[in-house]
Design a protein around this ligand. Structure first.
Ligand code: PLP
Length: 361
């Protein structure tokens, strides 16, 4: 199916026409034109407001993974101690990434249907004294939201040098306060709550993180270092994508025009509605406690009467596409992505009506 009539995949999300239109223009060379630098600076400023930070905001061509890798490679050296808080596919994955760079990684692991317990994280921080704590705000494959604010408090209390948070599927959908929560490296994508294309990786970088980036001295295509002075120097490490930046600029403007509080309320209301409808159909939510459910994506157990391929087939037949899941949850869990433009009550209501019909066969 090329275009989904009822798009409810938890990313890439449907891209509104206004954002798509930003790709239509024939831009000049981003390396040469002052307008590109103005666009970058303006987009950076809007992202600062959305993410609650005064830190630098680096925007790299690629998608979220380029920022996830670039931030780790730019701040870790072999032997560095890392505490990786893991409650799902991405949390455990980030631990593996850090390990592949030679870091000594202590995983504070939880089941995939749980959110992290800050007490266990505190115990690990006290014992390991890490250079870096990693955490995922919304574990998209499990539909859970982790207590980043609480862990940020611990990071500050124990003076951990760096706090790395994957906010790919929470940023611009749920409250996220980078500075207040002591986040040094906040990783964001464009294709989830911002509803743009998957073409930029975003990372906020604190002053402390910049110092460590300088000490580590990592050089590579995904290195953060050149972005520190890219705007002042009018020099990017490679040709930036003007189209992608123009689209992200429109996406941020839409969020701010609606108002952050309104955006967060819209996500919370749609998610609550989605959970109620699923429960009314006798479908069990995947997170063990409802308070752990993310407002951006709802994960639920595939009903026993159906296989996931059959459920997927019945939904697709009716023009609706949802997400399956990944890793150990593949085939057992399906997900409704109500993030960004898809956090739309009419769309989710229609989706739930179709799901009800599909379950009846
Ligand atoms: N982190 C989380 C929590 C995600 O859900 C995803 C994508 O689904 C990523 C990172 C990677 O994002 P991308 O595939 O855009 O690089």
């Amino acid at each position: 199916m090329r275009t989904y009539l009822i798009p409810l995949v938890p990313g890439p999300t449907t891209v509104p026409a206004e954002i798509r239109a930003a790709y239509q223009e024939d831009y000049g060379s981003a390396d040469l034109e002052p307008e590109y630098y103005e666009l970058y600076a303006e987009t950076q400023e809007m992202l600062r407001t959305i993410l609650g930070t005064r830190n630098s905001v680096v925007m790299m061509t690629g998608e979220a993974m380029v920022a996830l890798w670039g931030a780790l490679k730019s701040t870790l050296r072999p032997g560095d101690r890392v505490v990786a808080v893991a409650t799902g596919v991405f949390g455990y994955g980030i631990a593996d990434m850090a390990r592949s760079l030679g870091a000594a990684v202590e995983v504070v692991g939880f089941d995939y249907d749980e959110a992290a317990d800050p007490q266990r994280v505190e115990e690990a921080i006290r014992r390991v004294r890490p250079k870096l704590v990693t955490m995922v705000h919304c574990e998209t494959p499990s539909g859970t939201l982790n207590p980043v604010a609480e862990v940020g408090g611990l990071v500050a209390h124990y003076e951990v040098p760096l706090f790395y948070v994957d906010a790919v599927s929470s940023a611009a959908g749920v409250p996220l306060r980078v500075d207040e929560w002591h986040i040094d490296l906040c990783l964001v994508g464009t294709q989830k709550c911002l509803s743009a294309l998957p073409d930029l990786g975003i990372v906020t970088v604190s002053e402390r993180a910049w110092e460590i980036v300088r000490e580590v001295g990592y050089v590579g295509y995904d290195a953060l270092a050149p972005f520190r002075t890219a705007l002042e120097d009018r020099w990017f490490p490679y040709t930036p994508s003007w189209h992608a930046m123009a689209a992200l600029n429109v996406a941020c403007r839409r969020v701010l025009q609606e108002g952050l509080e309104n955006v967060f309320r819209r996500h919370a209301e749609v998610a609550a509605y989605c959970r109620e409808r699923l429960k009314a159909m006798g479908i069990e939510l995947f997170p063990r406690r409802e308070e752990w459910c993310s407002p951006t994506v709802t994960a639920a157990k595939v009903p026993q009467s159906l296989s996931w391929p059959e459920l997927d087939r019945r939904l697709r037949e009716r023009g609706m596409v949802v997400g399956g899941s990944l890793g150990p949850l593949a085939g057992k869990v399906f997900r409704i992505g109500h993030m960004g433009a898809q956090a739309d009550m009419a769309l989710v209501r229609r989706g739930m009506d179709i799901l009800e019909e599909a379950l009846r066969g």
